[in-house]
Design a protein around this ligand. Structure first.
Ligand code: 6CS
Ligand code: FE
Length: 311
């Protein structure tokens, strides 16, 4: 039985615990130019890195076309991989994109990304989860504040904080189309949540999360220590954030959809156990239990070759 360093979904009073794991797991020389000493210090202290215009517009175009193809594919829409908006029925998220798309499979292995992530996590990584978040315009609903790790720990059995979430903007992240908000430094605290996980909670939580969210007092405390920041930037920008960073996003009532491609990289030394606070394991498309170390590849080169072939 693995020790539970982060008990949550408790009865009664919920505390704020200190983080018990390092933020940067890798030591030694840094092999990628993005991770300057300043960037590493930022990630350690604030829990995220925003890489503006990391991908070029021709690369983003390939990703956008692939998003449109998946959104319109009836086989995907009808499958368990698609999650719809509670009220409008529009597609809100598509999971396990790396299993239904060569483009997103290649993107998840992009050597430029993996170089960064491998350093932060200290060695081999695999995909814990992949998804597209579509947040449609007009009636796109919010994601309430949460720590991803809290869910992955309690519902998926992820033992330690040794994972990184990566969100690639496929549309411009504007201040008004429901972009992600983060609380810098919140990754150093673990907000225990109250209430037992209901059975098959994911069927509800992916539409609207009510369990595994901080109390008003906890959220107030975190913001009092810090502030709320909204990383903004053009399509192609990348937000890398530590798995325990508190984040959320508002609804989108503007005509501009806010879509992003999302990958969760976990260390191969942090693979899933039995869920720490839930009866059942979540399905494979939410929580990968067959870790395969990712081999880096040249995304740009592969895409160029594919486009040339089909031209
Ligand atoms: O369920 C998940 O894995 C992710 N989705 C939500 C709505 N909350 C936790 C985590 O970010
Ligand atoms: Fe999240």
């Amino acid at each position: 039985m693995t020790e539970d360093k982060y008990p949550s979904r408790v009865d009664g009073a919920a505390a704020i615990l200190h983080r018990a794991d390092p933020v940067i797991h890798g030591g030694g020389p840094v092999a990628c130019e993005v991770l300057t000493p300043k960037a590493l210090q930022n990630y350690e202290q604030r829990g995220y890195l925003f890489l503006e215009s990391f991908y070029r517009s021709d690369e983003v175009e390939v990703m956008q076309e692939e998003l449109t193809r998946l959104r319109n594919a009836e086989s995907v829409r009808q499958s368990e991989l698609a999650v719809t908006e509670p009220a409008s029925g529009e597609v809100r998220s598509i999971f396990a994109t790396h299993t239904v798309s060569d483009v997103f499979a290649a993107l998840s292995r992009d050597e430029r990304l993996l170089g960064i992530v491998r350093h932060l996590l200290g060695g081999d990584v695999y995909l814990h989860q992949s998804r597209l978040n579509l947040k449609p315009g007009f009636r796109g609903k919010e994601f309430y504040w949460h720590s991803d790790f809290e869910t992955w720990h309690t519902e998926d059995g992820m033992p330690a904080m040794r994972a990184v979430s990566c969100s690639i903007a496929l549309k411009d992240n504007l201040e008004y189309n429901g972009p992600l908000m983060v609380i810098p430094g919140s990754h150093k605290y673990y907000c225990q949540c109250t209430g037992r996980t209901p059975e098959y909670h994911y069927q509800q939580s992916l539409k609207k999360q009510d369990f595994g969210v901080p109390s008003d007092e906890q959220l107030q405390w975190l913001v009092d220590q810090s502030e709320i920041v909204v990383p903004k930037g053009p399509a192609g920008s990348v937000l890398l954030f530590e798995c325990n960073l508190m984040h959320g996003s508002n609804s989108n009532i503007t005509p501009s959809a806010r879509s992003n491609a999302f990958f969760v990289f976990n260390s191969t030394e942090n693979t899933l156990r039995k869920p720490f606070a839930s009866e059942h394991e979540r399905p494979w498309y939410l929580a990968n239990r067959e870790p395969e170390p990712l081999a880096a590849m040249d995304f740009r080169g592969t895409m160029a070759a594919t486009v040339a072939q089909s031209a």
